[in-house]
Design a protein. Sequence first.
Length: 189
Amino acid sequence: MLHDSLMDSGTQSPRPAQDIGTPDVGQRIRRLREERGISLSELARRAGVGKATLSGLENGTRNPTLETLWAVTAQLGVPLTLALGTGPTIQGTAVEGVLLQVFEDESVTYELYRLTIPAGSTQVSPAHHEGVTEHITVFAGVLSAGPQDAPLRAGAGEHLTWRSDVPHIYSAIGAQDVHASLLIRYPHH
């Protein structure tokens, strides 16, 4: 299945990542791809997205979903923020995230997000590159998240951690929206 057509388990269609500045994102993706000597066709194949989708993203004529951006950056082996820049609000099929901060050290990049997941919604996200982990603290609601085949559950005041180099989900359980913080840890290769 192409990541650009991922659907959540509800009735919502994939939404484009919002407030990203598509031409800049596309230029960053192209630069990262070219620096690694990967053809457009090869990156599209590896990321599981259509060649036309990737070309449109790079040319700034297509507004990508968050899932597409994660799939592409995972295959490039870089954190999402290298494609996005800093400070945007990003929108997946169910998850809305605001990038709050990027932290760098010699061997790891961290991205800190504020998340909102509407009650009753679910999002499946593609695998990040090898060794990436996610750490979520729930402030309100009940969250089921983690590897798609073995999700974890947390309520307000609880924390979840998992390796996100496999497909993973985020699901708001019950009638309350989930409000949480997400820290993604990307080891440098």
